[in-house]
Ligand binder design. Structure first.
Ligand code: FAD
Ligand code: DHB
Length: 390
């Protein structure tokens, strides 16, 4: 088989890229190692920046998002005794974020692919990008017991942190920057009313907690737990009790509790691979970088990568120019490093780091007091939270 672009991975990056390329008349095939149901079962991000919402509009998949998504004009931080509302709208000249789950974004993109009969091949084995340092790259994979091959002009590695694309790059062609945090987030999803109409990020002596939501009747909560924690070792009751302690009295009084419908632990990691282009293969989304989830930047960064990458490929086929492809890595990385900084800063402010001692705890307190007293500091937080421009 031959196509113009092979996309490895049918997560949000891969499907968004394929949709935008299709609309511009660029031919592509998507290869995904899991089944559609498995991809949809992964509960991940929940907060979309306006730039990402615009991308989904451009991709023609924003109808349900505008019907069911919840625009949020503010977000609360609760550190020690200080509770501070960051008025996103006022501080950014009218911007907001949209609460709409990654699962729903993926479902909307999958439906659009099904409606146009797009080539997404699920449950592929041993996907291998080859010859991307030549003008004739190809990808081999296994399906139904047979090895198949697709030749193409470009390979887009949208296959997440553990994917095959980055792993295929020779060690001496890539530099990886990484920071691993000694804790993870235990997440719980439950059909209960959210404790507040806005998100609350809290740093309590027992650790971080986040009150989030997927709708007015579906809540998503997280607590900081040590690395290696088994989610089954936490009963639902124990999680609700801990959330009440960490989110403070006001939230505890209002919190509705109920059975969890999903419970999982996500590790926290900062990671950037440089560059993001290797001849005729480009990496995008989690394949090229990871942020700790504090600040909700992971999914949004995947969208900004796809903005640069889709424009570059469309320019290549439309105007016969490779300028966008040549620029892709630098342009994407400039925004990625800023989001890495913000996610690292939010993580540093909002988690317990006992190994860093009492000085670190006082720095967190001072940072919070400064934020509470300075509109300039709040603007810095707000403009990053709603998303830096593309
Ligand atoms: P992915 O969503 O990882 O998609 C990659 C796809 O490639 C997957 O479908 C995978 O099955 C497929 N794939 C992998 N290897 C291969 C292969 N060899 N061959 C073919 N296909 C392959 N972000 C937030 O903002 N907030 C959160 O709360 C949050 N929680 C998270 C929790 C977890 C456990 C994880 C892992 C991430 C979380 N993120 C969160 C980050 C966010 O979900 C990601 O940034 C986002 O999913 C990136 O999209 P992606 O398409 O680049 O990668
Ligand atoms: C959610 C996840 C985040 O990482 C975050 O910062 C805010 C909300 C969520 O899953 O709802």
């Amino acid at each position: 088989m031959r196509t113009q672009v092979v996309i490895i991975g049918a997560g949000p990056s891969g499907l968004l890229l394929s949709q935008l390329l299709h609309l511009a008349g660029v031919e592509c095939v998507v290869l995904e190692r899991r089944s559609p149901d498995y991809v949809l079962s992964r509960i991940r991000a929940g907060v979309l920046e306006q730039g990402m919402v615009k991308m989904l509009e451009r991709a023609g998949v924003s109808e349900r998002l505008h019907k069911d998504g919840l625009p949020h004009d503010g977000v609360a931080l609760h550190v020690g005794e200080t509770r501070l509302r960051i008025d996103l709208k006022n501080l950014t000249g009218g911007k907001h974020v949209m609460v709409y789950g990654q699962t729903e974004v993926t479902r909307d993109l999958m439906d659009a692919h099904t409606a146009r009969g797009a080539k997404v091949i699920y449950e592929t084995g041993k996907v291998t990008p080859l010859d991307f340092d030549t003008d004739h790259p190809k990808v081999t994979y296994e399906k139904d017991g047979l090895t198949r091959e697709i030749s193409c002009d470009f390979i887009c590695g949208c296959d997440g942190y553990h994917g095959a694309s980055r792993a295929a790059v020779p060690d001496d062609a890539i530099t990886e920057y990484e920071k691993i945090y000694p804790f993870g987030w235990l997440g719980i999803l439950s059909y209960v009313k959210p404790v507040d109409h806005e998100l609350i990020y809290a740093n309590h002596a027992n650790g971080f907690a986040l009150a989030s939501m997927r709708s007015n009747s579906l809540s998503r909560y997280y607590i900081q737990v040590p690395t290696g924690t088994d989610p089954k070792s936490w009963s639902d009751d124990a999680i609700w009790d801990e959330l009440k302690i960490r989110l403070g009295e006001e939230a505890a009084d209002k919190m509705e509790t109920g059975p969890s419908i999903e419970k999982s632990v996500a590790p926290l990691r900062s990671f950037v691979a440089e560059p993001l282009r290797f001849g005729r293969m480009m990496l995008a989304g989690d394949a090229g970088h990871i942020v700790p989830p504090t600040g909700a930047k992971g999914l949004n960064l995947a969208a900004s990568d796809i903005h640069y990458l889709s424009n570059a490929l469309i320019e290549y086929y439309g105007e016969k120019s490779s300028a966008g492809i040549d620029d892709y890595s630098n342009k994407a990385l400039a925004r990625i490093w800023k989001a890495e900084r913000f996610s690292w800063w939010m993580t540093s402010l909002l988690h317990q780091f006992p190994e860093l001692g009492p000085f670190n705890a006082r720095m967190q307190r001072a940072e919070m007091e400064y934020l509470a007293s300075s509109r300039a500091a709040q603007i810095g937080l707000a403009e990053n939270y709603v998303g830096l421009p593309y």
